[in-house]
Design a protein around this ligand. Structure first.
Ligand code: SF4
Length: 470
């Protein structure tokens, strides 16, 4: 739905995906695509019994497994709901259009049951002591029939270690948001709804191929006013072909009327393989112009700052105390579990951090194995991820934490990069506290990352790596 989960990219409702590190990050991590250096593991075969028998260590032969030796782990949890009524024109998140499928309730039930089995495996293998944040994204979670959703939430919440997650978010799409859905979520202890509006402009919504029209968006906001007492995050999109800065400002102003604690503001990015991308290639739709996008972003950015929102990450704005803690776990590269088809996890193993990817096929996922691949992250890759994610945030990289994880002095290691970019991109180049970029530096992050990656490659870093910190 939206852009913010361990799989997501640009989307509707608002997901958070750990894999779009170089762009609208939201849809990044938890559903990330495979990476080039993937390590074929035996997880696929050992987890192939549909979850009925306990799988052994996914990364090594059973003889090497010492679960009792593993320290209890604190890790955030992302659950992917891979169903949408139909696909939006710009979306390349993994979800299956289910509008016309008569067998959908049966498939949904099978997928949710498989997700519970996958979670059981993770709980057993990683001995979870705490799940500080939980995020249910998609896809479109509010498409799940209410009785099934209620049962699923009950199954998940009864498996959570105490205390309950401090932040528990679910994504919603305006056209399918219902009173029942909100009551079930509140009763299950959810604390936060993330609603994918994108725009109120009918032409923009049509270009995006959204199912919701302006009236659906307004109805959903009224419904939330009436029936939801928890936190609210709204997704907006800018740089839509044909969108003027006036229209983007009008979208933001209307969203602000509801007083959301959090706003995610994403640039439309045409993704290869989507209908929008094909239309742009065919010349049927103009490509979003980068300078135009940046102009519009600047206008909306200023409005949000004037209204008291803090731009605490490239695409994220929050009132004081309303930052998204779940997304912060990705940006700080804390351990997280991604449950569901195409969802990605980054978790510690005895050999170092591993990235596990859920299989991108509903049928295969429900029959098992749940995972398509595991990748042992090299110290070099982990260092690169850590920097590329940390620099997205206004808080930047904590130098002390960095030294504890990588046993490196940040300023010494990257002195050439910092010196080269000191005038326009580096905000704090002191030798204590955090290393942060200026607003402009974060706008040109991809360019700066090339400098950092060059320095990392020259370093030939092989560890030692201490992660997660105790
Ligand atoms: S297709 Fe589904 S996941 Fe993608 S943007 Fe649309 S509602 Fe969101």
């Amino acid at each position: 739905m939206k852009q913010g989960a361990p799989q997501k990219k640009n989307s509707g409702a608002s997901g958070l995906r750990p894999d779009r590190a170089l762009r609208g990050f939201r849809r990044s991590l938890p559903c990330r695509k495979s990476r080039p250096e993937k390590l074929q593991s035996n997880f696929v075969s050992v987890f192939a019994q549909n979850g009925r028998s306990r799988p052994s260590n996914p990364l090594r032969p059973a003889a090497c497994m010492k679960p009792e030796a593993a320290a209890a782990l604190s890790a955030s949890l992302y659950i992917h709901i891979p169903f949408c009524a139909r696909k939006c024109a710009y979306c390349d998140f993994y979800s299956v259009a289910s509008e016309a499928a008569a067998e959908t309730p049966r498939v949904m039930r099978a997928v949710l049951e498989a997700e519970i089995r996958q979670f059981d495996y993770y709980r057993e293998h990683w001995r979870l002591s705490e799940i500080p944040t939980l995020y249910i994204g998609g896809g479109t979670p509010c498409l799940i029939p209410p009785p099934l959703l209620e049962k699923f939430l009950a199954e998940i919440t009864r498996r959570l270690p105490a205390p309950a997650p401090g932040e528990f978010t679910i994504e919603a799409n305006p056209e399918s948001l219902s009173e029942d859905f909100l009551h079930i979520c509140a009763a299950a202890g959810l604390t936060r709804i993330s609603l994918g509006l994108q725009s109120f402009d009918p032409r923009c919504l049509e270009t995006l191929g959204r199912r919701a029209g302006p009236a659906d968006n307004r109805r959903a906001l009224r419904l939330l006013d009436r029936c939801w007492k928890g936190e609210l995050s709204l997704d907006l999109m800018y740089g839509i072909p044909g969108q003027t800065s006036r229209a983007a400002l009008a979208d933001a102003a209307e969203a602000l009327e509801r007083g959301p604690g959090h706003i995610s503001l994403y640039a439309l990015t045409p993704e290869e393989g989507t209908p929008l991308y094909a239309d742009i290639l065919a010349g049927k739709t103009p490509a979003p112009a980068e300078t135009r996008q940046e102009f519009i972003r600047g206008k909306v950015h200023k409005l949000l700052l004037d209204k008291g929102y803090e731009n605490y990450e490239i695409s994220s704005y929050a009132l004081p105390g309303k930052r998204c803690r779940h997304n912060a776990a990705y940006w700080n590269l804390m351990p997280y579990m991604g449950i569901g088809p195409a969802a990605v996890s980054t978790l510690p193993e005895e050999t170092g951090p591993v990235r596990l990817s859920g299989i991108r096929d509903l049928g295969a996922y429900t029959k098992g194995p749940c995972l398509s691949e595991t990748e042992l992250l090299s110290p070099r890759d982990f260092l690169a991820d850590y920097i590329l994610l940390g620099l997205r945030t206004s808080g930047g990289i904590d130098i002390q934490t960095f030294a504890q994880i990588f046993h490196l002095d940040f300023f010494e290691t990257f002195s050439d990069v910092i010196y080269k970019n000191r005038r326009f991109a580096v905000k704090n180049s002191g030798r204590s506290g955090n290393f942060t970029l200026t607003d402009r530096g974060r706008r040109i992050l991809n360019m700066l990352l090339l400098d950092f990656l060059g320095a990392i490659d020259a370093l030939k870093y092989e560890g030692p790596l201490r992660w997660p910190l105790g």
